[in-house]
Design a protein. Structure first.
Length: 97
């Protein structure tokens, strides 16, 4: 792979990284009681809890919704990142990465 191809590949990787950074994945649980926002880089942006839906006598339900929403957001962001990076992965091996 020529230096030009390497530079081109690195630019493509950086472009995908920027796209993932700007992307926001939102997952809702409990019919909207809990929503989680995460970037395509798997960074947690926000957790929102709608007090209208919360039963203070059932905190374990709220905790479960939060856990499920965070897990699903992580899984979705990983899936998206993999799909976007997959076409570039073959070229990265030639760069020693």
């Amino acid at each position: 792979m020529s230096r030009f191809d390497q530079a081109k590949m690195l630019l493509q990787v950086k472009k995908v990284q920027k796209e993932l950074k700007k992307m926001v994945i939102t997952i809702e649980k409990g019919d909207g009681a809990v929503s989680v926002e995460m970037t395509g880089e798997q960074k947690l942006k926000k957790i929102n809890i709608d007090p209208e839906f919360i039963d203070m006598d059932d905190i374990t339900g709220l905790e479960r919704w939060i856990e499920e929403a965070v897990r699903e957001a992580i899984a979705e962001s990983q899936k998206i990142a993999t799909e976007k990076m997959q076409p570039l992965m073959g070229g990265l091996g030639n760069l020693g990465l």
